[in-house]
Design a protein around this ligand. Structure first.
Ligand code: ADP
Length: 384
């Protein structure tokens, strides 16, 4: 073979080998591209889920977590990359299998002795084995519903008592129409029951008004000691009647901001209770003082009595609506069982608290703690 032919053959062979290698490399590259799976979760969907305020998550074909909102983990439904509860996991699989949305309510234990949280879980298939899960915490709504149901049931019961009494007294009056003394007696009792009914209705209206208005919208500075002086003037007759003495230990600068009528109502309730639940010869003292801690400046108003006191077991319950330690004594004092729940509501609406110290047979101290209105904020003058 001539060197020329051999050279030409070599060039042709080189070109062939290069073409072959390039073709092979391309084919392998294409094969590699074809084998790479498409992204399972479209990025837009991930962004949507991650920005949802409620608890939401998307699971892949093998129940693996692909995306979740911030509150999904704290909801207790998802932990790490998995569904926590077997029932919820089953729901996710059912939705994937049947290609149908599903829903379930579950109670998630919260630990620390707190009541379980009720979650409404909904799942929906998104295709390609993906499943969307959304969980709503229904605990607060359920609690509000339950409180409302209890309240309505209690009101019905409480209203029935004086109405039943009035109806019986009316019958008694009819039957004793020829006995003027008996008529006067029954009519007097009827007046008492009517007053009770009236008080109950006013308290119910006060409570519902309190729940629908924010007292701080119409807040004015209030000199607490001036309010107490006025309330003592109003309570003097009740106190003298029961031979209870009243004492007021004042602070020079106790000023708060709030709705004056609400503050008066709260303090009136505490003072009237202190007098009503004390025996003859008792002493009721109201002390105001300024305090300061890391959370700010406070005015503390302590209403103390050395009356009958409240057993430890009953103490957490006295702020509940309609709760009375001694129903008979409360009724005899014209009580409705709503007073302390109103006090508690007023305290929290003003950014404060009401606490109780008591010992059976020794007496009680109810302390209303409200944010102080400091002198340098006194632009509008006071409403004392
Ligand atoms: P009531 O209208 O019955 O007084 P409250 O809500 O004001 O209702 O109080 C609830 C219950 O708490 C009262 O029935 C009473 O048993 C108890 N209580 C309230 N204040 C005192 C007090 N100062 N001393 C003892 N018991 C009290």
């Amino acid at each position: 073979m001539s060197p020329l032919v051999a050279g030409a053959l070599g060039v042709v062979l080189g070109v062939l080998i290069t073409v072959l290698v390039v073709t092979l490399l391309r084919a392998r590259q294409q094969a590699a591209v074809a084998a790479e799976p498409p992204p399972l979760l479209p990025p837009q969907l991930r962004t949507v889920v991650e920005h949802l305020r409620g608890a939401a998550a998307i699971f892949g074909p093998h129940d693996e977590l692909l995306a979740q909102s911030q509150s999904a983990a704290s909801s207790g439904v998802v932990r790490g990359s998995r569904v926590v509860h077997p029932e919820v996991l089953e729901l996710v699989r059912e939705a994937r299998r049947d290609e149908e949305p599903e829903a379930l309510n579950i109670d998630v234990p919260t630990g620390l002795g707190l009541p379980a949280r009720r979650l409404a879980v909904r799942v929906a298939p998104l295709g390609d084995g993906l499943v969307l899960l959304v969980a709503d915490d229904r605990s607060e709504a359920l609690r509000v519903d339950e409180t409302r149901r209890d309240f309505v049931a209690n009101i019905t019961h409480e209203l029935k008592t004086p109405i039943g009494a009035i109806s019986l007294l009316a019958e008694a009056i009819t039957e004793s129409s020829d006995d003027p003394a008996a008529v006067r007696h029954f009519a007097g009792r009827m007046t008492t029951e009517t007053a009770r009914l009236n008080e109950l209705i006013s308290q119910i209206i006060a409570l519902s008004r309190l729940q629908s208005t924010d007292p701080l919208l119409a807040a004015v500075p209030i000199e607490v000691d001036a309010v107490i002086d006025e309330l003592f003037d109003q309570a003097r007759a009740q106190a003298e009647n029961r031979r209870v003495t009243l004492a007021h230990q004042r602070s020079s600068e106790a000023v708060i901001r709030g709705d004056r009528r609400h503050i008066e109502a709260a303090l009136r309730n505490l003072i009237q209770n202190a007098i009503a639940y004390s025996d003859a010869g008792a002493r009721v003292a109201v002390t105001t003082r300024m305090t300061h801690d890391a959370t700010g400046d406070w005015v503390e108003i302590a209403v103390s009595d050395n009356g009958i006191g409240i057993a430890e077991a009953d103490q957490p319950r006295v702020f509940e609506r309609f709760f009375r330690v001694d129903y008979g004594r409360s009724r005899a004092n014209g009580g409705t069982g709503l007073g302390l729940s109103i006090v508690k509501h007023i305290a929290s609406a003003h950014g404060g608290t009401v606490t109780l110290w008591s010992r059976l047979g020794q007496g009680s101290t109810f302390t209303l703690r409200l944010p102080a209105h400091l002198p340098d904020h006194h632009a509008e003058g006071t409403a004392a």
